[in-house]
Design a protein around this ligand. Structure first.
Ligand SMILES: Cc1ncc(COP(=O)(O)O)c(C=O)c1O
Length: 412
């Protein structure tokens, strides 16, 4: 296999975590990584939100067990999955959904959000989002309903972002939005909404009779210094849908799967009818095996991974503060994405394509800020969920580069 002998002992991923940029890039490309495929020779791919760090060792074991069966025909939803989801919520959030309100899908989360919006939302009215926001959500909401009402978060001088509940109300009313698509925790800011913020949003949703669709896919990656509050625990009414998957938390987005919890169990039936009309049914052999394994066996692995991600983000933040103080950095309290304010190091003439400028000048492939909000020119999002040598090299390139600097790109 391309001269890349298998090296990964998934039970002890130490050697993998030390892979140098060139070797990691070669291995990830050979395995079909979308993120690394988009990077040129010598570039570091830290854009798409998945991890260069190994997925849990019990996942291949569960997949192998499924594949050992001699027939691979149509698969009904595994009866193990809904209770595993319900039990995971009980252990991790203190709240537990009824399995009669749960539906499990054989595709990724964006598709689930589109299905849910098309089935349960007022599609003749727009959907409100808090921006900057992951562009996949904006795109899906724009396609499923009558456009998107963008509500900016307020940016403080220290680079943190705050919810302006009055602005949220004003924009929703003015724009005629009937649905709030919440990203909780938030991508790209890594913001973990506090209970009091969520409660204010829940009161607003009740006041304006909004459907709330809460995307909680980054919830499992909440750092030890924060607490993810799931929407149902603050909701004032039952007009909500929680959507999520194990994709981000357990780094398994390559095998699709996701779920929906309905605030009103009676909403499950129309969603399942729509699912059938899309030509799908609940469950998939590999997706179900993986979900059952991660949700029932993965707590210890997840806690270790979250601790590592928290260390990587803190290290990146401290290194940037020391070596590149001109770069603003919003530190996530969930996940592994840094939101970088590069306006003091990128010339204003290049702000419309900050990521392109960074790729050319520093060999870093990040996601441009304008993808999350057209007003965020001069910003970019960077993942730190990679090996230590790649992260060190990426931070070095950021530090060494700026007005008047040219980074020596290590093509090694
Ligand atoms: C908040 C959020 N929702 C959904 C997705 C996409 O999920 P999927 O790839 O399963 O469609 C992402 C991916 O980055 C995300 O950050």
């Amino acid at each position: 296999m391309n001269g890349l002998e298998p090296i990964l002992d998934t039970a002890s991923p130490t050697r993998w975590a030390q892979l140098e940029p060139a070797e990691l890039a070669a291995r990830q490309r050979a395995a079909g990584s979308k993120r690394w495929a988009a990077a040129g020779e010598g570039e570091l791919a830290l854009g798409v939100a998945d991890m260069d760090l190994p997925s849990p060792p019990f996942v291949p074991a569960a997949l192998r067990r499924s594949l050992e069966h001699p027939t691979l025909g149509y698969h009904r939803l595994s009866p193990d999955v809904p209770p595993a989801i319900a039990d995971w919520y009980r252990r991790h959030t203190g709240w537990s959904p009824g399995t009669d309100a749960l539906a499990v899908f054989p595709f990724g989360l964006k598709t689930t959000i589109r299905l849910v919006l098309e089935t349960l939302a007022d599609t003749a009215a727009p959907t409100a989002v808090l921006s900057p926001i992951y562009d996949g959500l904006r795109r899906v909401a724009a396609a499923a309903t009558a456009g998107v009402v963008e509500v900016p978060m307020t940016r403080a001088d220290d680079g943190s972002y705050e919810l302006d509940i009055d602005l949220l109300r004003d924009r929703i009313v003015a724009g005629g939005a009937r649905t709030l698509l919440l990203c909780s925790p938030h991508n790209p800011l890594g913001r973990v909404w506090t209970e009091s913020e969520l409660t204010r949003m829940a009161e607003l949703a009740a006041e304006l009779d909004l459907l709330v669709v809460s995307d909680e896919v980054h919830g499992p990656l909440t750092h030890p210094d924060a607490r993810h509050v799931t929407w149902p625990t603050v909701a004032r009414r039952d007009r909500w849908a929680v959507v999520s998957s194990i994709g981000k938390g357990y780094n398994v987005s390559g095998i699709a799967g996701s779920w929906l919890v309905c605030g009103q169990a009676r909403n499950r039936a129309p969603v399942l009818r729509a699912l059938k009309a899309w030509g799908h049914h609940q469950g998939s052999m590999l997706g179900d095996a993986m979900m059952a394994a991660c949700l029932s066996q993965g707590d210890e692995w997840l806690a270790e991974r979250v601790a590592l991600l928290s260390s990587l983000t803190r290290y990146a933040q401290a290194t940037l503060a020391r070596d590149s103080p001109a770069i603003g950095c919003t530190v996530p309290h969930a996940g592994y994405l840094l939101w970088l304010d590069l306006r003091r190091v990128v010339p204003a003439s290049a702000w419309s394509d900050t990521a392109g400028h960074l790729a050319r000048r520093a060999g870093l492939v990040l996601v441009d800020g304008t993808r999350f909000d057209p007003a965020h020119r001069g910003f970019a999002r960077m993942s730190v969920a990679t090996t230590w040598p790649v992260l060190r090299e990426a931070l070095h390139r950021l530090g060494a580069w700026g007005p008047g600097h040219r980074t020596a790109i290590n093509h090694g």
